[in-house]
Design a protein. Structure first.
Length: 233
């Protein structure tokens, strides 16, 4: 994984943000940050390893919250055994620990078609589905991720390979996923809402949000996301 400090001022509080496939810091740049918190983004899941100095830096914080979105939900489930901290909140948004799965994630045939047809035009069509509407897509165009097409394609393939090799923690250890609450968008055109519900229903409290797969225009700050999840838990 790659990491990027959205804010690093050695505050007592830290938000760990596990971003979605193909994304970077630009897609959440509108979210305001509490001056008492730092925000570390993890992204690019071509590799699931994290540098030791990052793990060490994270362990130094006294208050840690996790927000994981889309493929970041699966990534956090994979990484959580290495993270030696007791998080205050861990929120899953529009994701699943089995991201390429007929009943719990994206249909394997749909995922493979996305890989096979991936191009600049294919990426644009994906982002339109991600946003759910032309209006939201117009907003999203102002915060497009600035990552190369080839890199995003490699990440698509890597996630497919990793997710079939690394079984979810809930299946391998029978320990519930490491989340305190899951938010599921009713208008999700990427990971079907019903598949998400099936994944969470036996292990994790969940609630619905009236939003597309990319839901972040609902909120103006990172804390607003945490507060929303807490109020609906």
């Amino acid at each position: 994984m790659n990491t990027h400090w959205i804010q690093q001022q050695h505050n007592p509080g830290l938000i760990l943000f596990f971003n979605g496939w193909g994304m970077d810091q630009h897609v959440v740049r509108h979210l305001k940050i509490d001056p008492r918190q730092d925000v570390l983004m993890l992204y690019d899941y071509r590799s699931l390893s994290v540098a030791e100095e990052i793990l060490s830096a994270v362990s130094a914080y006294s208050e840690i919250s996790v927000i994981a979105w889309s493929m970041g939900v699966w990534a956090f489930e994979q990484l959580s055994p290495q993270l030696q901290f007791s998080n205050r909140q861990a929120i899953a948004i529009n994701g699943s620990g089995e991201p390429v799965h007929e009943q719990y994630g994206i249909s394997p045939s749909v995922y493979q078609a996305t890989i096979d047809r991936f191009s600049a035009q294919g990426r644009k069509k994906f982002f339109v589905r991600l946003c759910g509407s032309r209006h939201t897509f117009e907003q999203f165009q102002h915060c497009f991720p600035q990552r190369p097409l080839s890199e995003q394609h490699e990440e698509l393939i890597a996630i497919q390979q990793h997710s079939t090799v690394h079984e979810p923690r809930s299946q391998t250890t029978r320990i519930p996923p490491p989340f305190s609450h899951a938010l599921i968008s009713t208008q999700d055109r990427i990971i079907p809402s019903e598949n998400q519900r099936r994944y969470w229903e036996r292990t994790t409290p969940y609630s619905y949000i009236d939003a597309p797969h990319f839901p972040f225009f609902l909120w103006k700050s990172w804390n607003a996301i945490l507060d929303y999840a807490e109020q609906h838990s």
